[in-house]
Design a protein around this ligand. Structure first.
Ligand code: OTU
Length: 661
């Protein structure tokens, strides 16, 4: 083969000798043309795969054997890849930006809360299409341990669907139907831990050495104590500490590493067998027709004494190898990192400097979410603009971020102290103000929410509540105050506009499209009562959804507003993720402006975070490179003569200005 893929000579000879040794294994399992495709891809990704593998496991005496068994897992998965998915792989290699395009509109739900079963979800595809959804994230659906199981984030069998939801056949059918209707499917893969009921965990309990090595277990407190000196607690109320005593383990009892709940046992990726098992599971899911794997709790998958055991360099080696191998076997699939970490660290999960294009294709933009809620409470866009300017990379290459307002987890006020100080805010006061605002105790506050993991010593707390309740809809409805209802609807649409137009791919959280309120009944379920994150996990209310076509109902106003926003986004190529994104400072602290530049044109997003009319100097239009005639994508047909004077925005109004394209 020619050296079509440019590699350093020594790497190339490494590759060629690998190929020579292994070509026959592949040839036995597939057609010659398929084998050619495999080797072309392998050559392309060889560097990405091989060197981090050497970093991770290269000092082991059995390294060669480990690599060989990885290769066998690849060959099996490649041979088993169904024909339609092979075609999809090719299609996506022609359109590697498929997940970055402006037509990407996400929706996320727990399948049982949305439609009871996977079959139920299938019957709701029309509902999703109506909203404009092209990407569906179904929350944990693999077979979990018995409740409590953290809403499914404790899996006991990665190759089976939760029985109440259906079967693996149902999942395949759903994936196929979604694909035929232009919707890609994302599922959760809990990579950091298994349920304590998982077969591996059970075999570790019975003392099998092989499986003890799948987890981190300790005979006494010496090492756990050493680690805990620098380990933060994730759920201090429900699961204090990071280790759990398992009295029956290996006859004598042992401590097990449990970063999250006591029934979620952290996997040991220092053991290459664990890596191989997880890779095999990834390929298995890819071959069911899954398009996106959400890597749950990715920052935690490597431990190092004396650190917080998050974001360690090896985490990125592991991700790079997972991704490289996936590119060879099933390049139609992309990874989404669930890493709720500060912006500088988040960058690493989608690639930075030499890892550009080698890490996850997608990651959650937690910072934007937090800053949007902060802006809504303060009515000011200052912090948003400041952080965007200071921290956000101007362009994302071969990757994108998922922009969201709410998800199933709590909101942690994770803006940095430094950034708050830069704009003259006291960090402690600011966070307290946000919590007081959103639990509704601050004078003039519109919201209803609950604190999560409140620490009476430090006063720190995170926050729970649905979008609708946090934006004031719940209290407005209680008061039957039409003016307040109107403002709440505007806030909901403002936030959705921000995720649709400012940066990345929007992800709508189930129920937000019809304004579902806080779900207080979670306290009646013994397995949920202690975890107030269930407040923002209401079951879908299909009666309310029925009202979505009634323009006078609250549901109808939100649903139509959101549908229009999403349609506008999909109609405009300028919203493609590959764009130079930068804030534009306006002369009004209530008005946020973000400029997106693409070769074919510029889009300028403006948002008024106040409940009163505001204006901004129209000079920002020219400053961002737009020339008359300028039009507002959100008000088609209206002429905007705005190159001079002032731009006026109604309470919570947003504008998306573009020039001629
Ligand atoms: C994730 O969240 C899930 O989203 C949670 O629902 C799970 O409980 C958890 O993993 C365990 O599986 O700490 O507060 O940086 O922030 O993994 C939520 C990533 C969490 C962590 C994140 C975790």
């Amino acid at each position: 083969m020619h050296n079509v893929i440019q590699m350093a000579d020594n790497t190339r000879s490494e590759f060629l000798s690998f190929k020579e040794r292994h070509a026959s294994k592949l040839a036995r399992r597939c057609q010659p043309r398929d084998a050619d495709i495999f080797w072309l891809r392998f050559e392309r990704y060889f560097e990405d795969i091989y060197y981090p593998l050497v970093e991770l496991y290269g000092t082991r005496p059995d390294f060669e054997a480990q690599v060989e068994s990885l290769f066998e897992v690849m060959v099996e998965a490649y041979a088993a890849r169904p024909e339609p998915l092979r075609l999809l792989d090719l299609e996506r290699q022609f359109t590697p930006d498929w997940f970055e395009r402006s037509n990407m509109v996400g929706y996320v739900c727990y399948p049982d809360l949305f439609a009871e079963t996977l079959e139920g979800v299938r019957s709701k595809i029309g509902y999703l299409e109506e909203l404009g959804v092209t990407y569906l994230h179904l929350m944990p659906l693999l077979h979990p341990g018995p409740a409590p199981n953290d809403g499914g984030y404790a899996v006991m069998d990665y190759r089976a669907v939760k029985p109440e939801l259906g079967t693996m056949d149902d999942l395949r059918t759903l994936a196929t139907d979604l694909r035929e209707r232009g919707i890609s499917l994302c599922v959760d893969l809990v990579v950091n831990h298994t349920a304590k009921e998982h077969d591996w965990a059970q075999r570790a309990v019975s003392g099998e050495t092989k499986y003890l090595d799948y987890y981190y277990t300790f005979s006494d407190r010496t090492l756990p104590d050493d680690y805990e000196r620098t380990l933060p607690e994730i759920f201090p109320d429900d699961a204090p500490g990071s280790f759990t005593w398992c009295p029956e383990m290996a006859g004598t009892g042992r401590w097990v590493w449990t970063t999250f709940m006591d029934y979620q046992w952290d996997l040991n990726y220092a053991n290459p067998t664990v890596f191989r098992e997880m890779l095999d599971i990834m390929f298995f899911l890819a071959n069911q027709g899954i398009d996106v794997l959400r890597l749950d709790a990715a920052p935690f998958i490597w431990k190092r004494l004396g650190t917080d055991c998050q974001n360690q360099p090896e985490v990125f080696d592991l991700i790079q190898v997972f991704r490289g191998l996936m590119r060879v076997v099933a390049p139609g699939l992309v990874f989404k990192a669930e890493a709720i970490v500060p912006p500088d660290q988040l960058q690493q999960y989608i690639g930075v400097k030499t890892t550009t294009g080698k890490q996850c294709e997608l990651a959650y933009n937690n910072q934007l979410m937090v800053l949007l809620w902060s802006a809504l409470a303060t009515r000011k866009a200052t912090l948003l603009s400041h952080v965007l300017q200071k921290r956000a990379p101007p362009v994302l290459i071969d990757s994108s971020v998922v922009a969201y307002i709410r998800n199933h987890d709590d909101i942690g006020w994770a803006m940095s102290n430094e950034d708050l100080s830069d704009i003259g805010e006291d960090p402690t006061q600011h966070r307290r103000f946000l919590n007081d605002s959103y639990v509704g105790t601050f004078p003039g506050s519109f919201a209803k929410g609950e604190l999560f993991q409140f620490n009476p010593v430090t006063g720190d707390a995170r926050l729970c509540g649905t979008t609708a309740s946090l934006t004031g809809l719940e209290s407005a409805l209680e008061l039957d105050d039409e003016g307040a209802i109107d403002l709440a609807v505007r806030r909901i649409l403002l936030l959705h506009s921000a995720i649709a137009f400012s940066t990345g791919i929007p992800l709508v959280y189930m129920g937000d499209e019809i304004g579902l309120l806080n779900y207080y009944a979670y306290t009646e379920d013994f397995n949920k009562a202690s975890d107030s994150r269930w407040l923002q996990r209401p079951p879908m209310d299909w009666n309310k959804a029925e009202r979505r076509h009634d323009p006078t109902s609250v549901e109808g106003r939100i649903h139509k507003g959101l549908k229009d926003l999403l349609r506008a986004r999909k109609s405009c190529s300028l919203l493609h993720s590959f764009a130079a994104v930068s804030p534009i400072w306006t002369d009004n602290e209530h008005v946020w402006a973000v400029c997106r530049r693409r070769p074919e044109g510029t889009a300028l997003f403006l948002a008024n975070f106040a409940e009163s009319w505001q204006s901004a100097d129209a000079g920002i239009i020219a400053n961002s490179g737009l020339t008359d005639p300028v039009r507002n994508l959100l008000a088609p047909g209206t002429h905007l003569n705005a190159s001079q004077g002032r731009l006026h925005l109604a309470p919570y109004e947003t504008l998306v200005l573009t020039g001629d394209q």
